[in-house]
Ligand binder design. Structure first.
Ligand SMILES: *[C@@H]1O[C@H](CO)[C@@H](O)[C@H](O)[C@H]1NC(C)=O
Ligand SMILES: *[C@@H]1O[C@H](CO)[C@@H](O)[C@H](O)[C@H]1NC(C)=O
Length: 170
């Protein structure tokens, strides 16, 4: 009889533990979802052009509205957060182009590639964050266009792709 009662209590205890774990998991995933929402609200809007890893946040220095106003001869810091699905991404080769009237020209990015040497990529909550500077060449036309940003791994596989409307100013 006593043994049966103990079994009964043990079963209740297990059920309670399982319920706690379940609640814990729910709270964690809710918190992650809330954090992602928070990032997306603070992010500049952008068009994803086929990222393997979801971009959760984009910041372009001194740009708060689109199109991003970019002065010729300026060097502008770009910060991106993405979810690398726990793959420990530590190398990014950037390929960034300006697009004006369907004509693409290569943009100058530093540091490129981004590897362990420059402190340009780090772990961030929910994935990774990287930064890079883009140079607004004096030869760019003063008009509306877009900045097309791709980042690849060491095997040239595309990991990130986003596009943002910009306007070049003097
Ligand atoms: C571009 O910037 C560099 C460095 O800030 C400066 O030396 C140069 O005079 C600038 N050129 C023009 C055309 O403003
Ligand atoms: C700026 O553009 C000119 C002409 O396209 C190019 O020759 C030059 O290398 C560019 N400068 C930088 C820093 O990318």
């Amino acid at each position: 009889m006593r043994g049966a009662l103990m079994d009964y209590y043990l079963k209740i205890l297990l059920v309670i533990c399982a319920a706690h774990e379940l609640a814990g998991g729910t709270i964690k995933s809710t918190r992650d979802a809330v954090y992602k929402k928070y990032l997306s609200l603070r992010s500049l809007p952008f068009e994803d052009c086929g990222s393997l890893y979801q971009v959760s946040y984009l910041d372009i220095e001194s740009c708060t509205t689109l199109p991003c106003s970019m002065a010729r001869n300026a060097t502008i810091k770009v910060t991106v957060r993405f979810d690398d699905n726990g793959n420990g991404v530590s190398f990014l080769k950037h390929e960034v182009r300006w697009v004006f009237n369907y004509i693409k020209t290569q943009a100058a990015i530093t540091p490129d590639p981004c590897d362990g040497d420059h402190g340009c990529i780090e772990s961030a909550s929910g994935g990774k964050a990287y930064w890079a500077n883009i140079f607004v060449n004096e030869t760019l036309p003063v008009m509306k266009g877009s900045m097309l940003w791709e980042s690849k791994d060491a095997n040239d596989q595309n990991l990130i792709c986003f596009q943002v409307p910009v306007v070049i100013t003097v």
